[in-house]
Ligand binder design. Sequence first.
Ligand code: BG6
Length: 472
Amino acid sequence: MKNDRFPPDFLWGASSSAFQIEGGWDEDGKGKTVADYNSFKKSERQADSKIASDFYHHWKEDIALMKELGLTMYRFSIAWARIIPDGDGEVNEQGITFYSQIIDELLNNGIEPFVTLYHFDLPYALVERYNGWENRECVYAFERYARICFEAFGDRVKYWQVHNEQNLMIRVDERMNINEETLHRADKLRAQMDYHMCLAHAFAIRACHEIVTDGKIGPAISSTCTYPLTNKPEDVWAAKMNDWFKTEYCLEMHMTGEYPGYYMRYLKKRDIVPVMLEEDKEILKNAKMDYIAVNYYRTLCASYLKEEDTHPKGERAFRGNEVDFDQYGYFRDEKNENLAATEYGAQIDPMGLRIVLNEYYRKYRVPLIITENGLGAVDVLTNDGKIHDEYRIDYLRKHIEACALAVEDGVELMGYSPWSVMDLLSSHQGFKKRYGFIYVNREDHDLKDMRRIPKDSYYWYQNVIRTNGEEL
Ligand code: BG6
């Protein structure tokens, strides 16, 4: 079938992460992770990571469904604590065997494995020993883990991602185990952890290039763009600040090896400059990214808030509506009246994706790939035994269309891998909020039969892949 909107070798994928899909949380030697720990805290209210989608026991059947869907790549993560249960001690051979089987099965079915090393699931033992990323030892532990993965799987896995959404993860206290009493202490700790993660990122890039022949590796960025609430210059500035402080400073460090000036100014002004060793500079500078992975769901909108209004006493004293990440001051999240939102409040904006792709590509000139994009909803299994998720089809169709336009704009886009391959544990709403192409027949507290049922969006995406994006 002729179609030149997407390159012939375009990767059509679907995504997941270990703690959200696998289950088998303590099987065959796996250690507990921060993601497990946090999910257990909420298990009275919703599903946790103990069983999740039970991919750990269903992987053959699940990969067969991926094959039937027509995927040419599958983006998933390795659980660090399955490979090294306590984070930096003994290697667990059963963990290596598990992922080796997955990788072989994917390749045997013509599906390219696209592997993330760390998706929110730091081994819990490292929190107990070092308070996680606060300590430089965690950086070395990560480098060792990355090297072990490259050695074990690098003969077959050519595409690697380091941390999933460092720029978002760092702001979620429970994912980082930040429990400080004052905002200043929390921000200081956060800045140190963030820097250590950047350093670990650079070590992993170097190791991949040393070990994996033809390996390609890069960051996975939680990506969005922020619109100003009005055309007042202050609101425009607020929108820029939102993007700079939520995304750009981190991407800039990955791509250039240095924090940008505005970020250093912020760190100094708040007296939270992390310890950065002289010897790190070279490692950070020399870490060359082969691509940038874009995780994109929605856009944001912001208005200006005077700095003194944000933290009058240096503490969390934000006024007005609820703000996700308020520690930087300067901006307040607003609703964009021009956009529809999902039932969970994410503002749907395909054009925003075109903007993001163009901006990243013009700035950094490396290929891009989308490793997350999707719509979370309460899907219903109807009496006909089907899931009619036309709202998801509509969302995905418009976003793929935006990708095609970005390609026409000249963006080098390697592939599109939406979230998620099948229903899995939402990072906020358990099993209620679903993103998958494949329905998993369970509820938060009722495992039912765990049957896999392709949704309408599965058959729709199958045709998209078959026609290389011609028929949307
Ligand atoms: C991304 C994460 O930010 O958002 C995924 O990488 C997550 O792990 C996804 O599941 C959707 O978020 P949520 O909270 O709706 O599951």
